[in-house]
Unconditional design. Structure first.
Length: 158
């Protein structure tokens, strides 16, 4: 009876290893075949970086944050900081084409709360289409404080 249980356990282990084995297909020489491997997702596929340039007077450097929208749905917001400081937002998106847009909120010191800037004062352009793949996408919005014109760029990093 005991050898039968051992054979059954061994068979179960062999079947489990065959079904749940490594994702990487191996060639006869032991090297990994890259065509048949499952891509590993990075911990944050989309990174949005925003800051203002051209602020000469510290009194005009207000506290603000940006709400970030992916495909017209609010995905979150950046941290709070001075307009001249870099603010960052990270999220994970699926492999597809995405619309990334931002909305600027500034601290009204008299009211003691953050308020959305009027549409006329929002950075333009405030959006970018990006295509997500296996690597990380970094979207940068650099806003000229006087003209409110934004330079929007996207790049990839591993």
């Amino acid at each position: 009876m005991m050898p039968m249980r051992r054979c059954a356990a061994l068979l179960l282990i062999v079947v489990a290893m065959a079904c749940c084995g490594s994702c990487a297909a191996r060639r006869g020489d032991g090297a990994v075949d890259r065509k048949h491997t499952t891509p590993v997702r990075s911990d944050s596929d989309l990174v949005v970086l925003v800051h203002d340039e051209g602020i000469a007077d510290p009194a005009r450097d207000r506290r603000c944050y940006y709400r970030v929208f992916v495909n017209k749905v609010e995905a979150g917001r950046t941290g709070i900081g001075l307009e001249s400081q870099r603010k960052e937002f990270r999220t994970v998106v699926d492999r597809n084409r995405h619309l990334v847009s931002i909305e600027k909120w500034v601290l009204d010191e008299r009211k003691g709360r953050y308020e959305k800037l009027n549409n006329i004062e929002q950075p333009k352009p405030n959006f970018l289409y990006v295509t997500a793949g296996n690597d990380r996408i970094i979207v940068r919005f650099v806003v000229d404080h006087e003209t409110r014109r934004a330079v929007v760029t996207a790049g990839r990093s591993e």
